[in-house]
Design a protein around this ligand. Structure first.
Ligand code: GLU
Length: 280
């Protein structure tokens, strides 16, 4: 099997040690397997993406000694493809328009059903208020997946994970998808697609065989595997790695400029120092 993996940062801030770990790990695994390492710029959210951060990503990766295969793929060049797939899912009767605001969802969540988790991989599990309301697209805040209908496809689905925290085969059945995932957002008024829909399409379009990314995205994998099944796309192999944490055990965030690779570099650190800091 050809090994194709990718690093997919969003150009919304500086790359920090956590990104360095993710990029180096995926890069090393691809090179060890004589496979390909791709670079994708996840600039889906045009209100937050900045050309300056994108430039900084290239610079940081070059400095770390990371080389990627082929051209860089930018999500912003594929909005039409995302919209076409959304139309396809709509034609399959698998989506609906939702007019709920965040506040509406919070209010509905104030009367939780016992035993039903309130938070899933996409934030609050949507209570389904608009599922059969037939709202018009022009009134909607977002388009959602109708999970009830999605679950009529052949279930269970499975995927294989090799990361340290969740290694093994994972099964997705109706109960997990309905109660833990729910009617996730597929696109918003001002965005061509949600993160979930876009990554599934990008990974498939670039024939990614191994998704290597942080453990914070493990839960979202259920959504991705379901979308792959609905769209008849192959499911890659998954590897969710540990997150790099600060001294207090908190995971690093984009705003955590103190850990920015560029800052370490300016202070005289070498790429080998960065590798040592993240344990590679
Ligand atoms: N763009 C996402 C991020 O920066 C990663 C997407 C993925 O690896 O699936 O968190």
């Amino acid at each position: 099997m050809t090994f194709i993996t990718r690093f997919a940062p969003s150009p919304t801030g500086p790359l920090h040690l956590g990104h360095a770990y993710s990029a180096l790990l995926a890069h090393d695994m691809a090179r060890d397997a004589a496979g390909q390492f791709l670079l994708r710029i996840d600039d889906l959210d045009q209100s937050r993406a900045r050309a300056g951060w994108e430039e900084q990503i290239y610079e940081d990766l070059h400095w770390l000694g990371i080389t990627w295969d082929g051209a860089v793929r930018k999500q912003s060049a594929h909005f039409d493809a995302y919209r076409a797939t959304l139309d396809q899912l709509r034609d399959m009767g698998l989506t609906y328009e939702c007019i709920c605001t965040r506040r509406d969802i919070e209010a509905a969540a104030n009367a939780p059903q016992e035993g039903v988790p309130q938070f899933g991989p996409d934030g609050r599990v949507y209570p389904g208020t608009c599922r059969y309301a037939n709202h018009m697209a022009q009134d909607a805040t977002c388009t959602r997946l109708n999970m009830e209908k999605a679950c009529t496809i052949a279930l269970p689905l499975t995927f294989t994970e090799s990361g340290p925290l969740y290694a093994g085969d994972h099964t997705l059945n109706t109960e997990i998808l309905m109660t833990r995932v729910g009617d996730v957002v597929l696109s918003r008024r001002n965005m061509a697609a949600s993160y979930h829909l876009s990554v599934v399409l990008d990974d498939a379009a670039t024939q990614v065989s191994h998704v290597i990314r942080g453990a914070d995205l493990f839960e979202a994998t259920a959504i991705h595997v379901l979308l792959q099944a609905l769209l008849k796309l192959p499911t890659p192999h998954y590897h969710h790695h540990d997150l790099i944490r600060d001294a207090a055990g908190k995971r690093l965030a984009k705003r955590d400029d103190a850990r920015a690779i560029a800052k370490y570099r300016a202070e005289g650190a070498s790429p080998a120092d960065i590798r040592a800091m993240v344990g590679l």
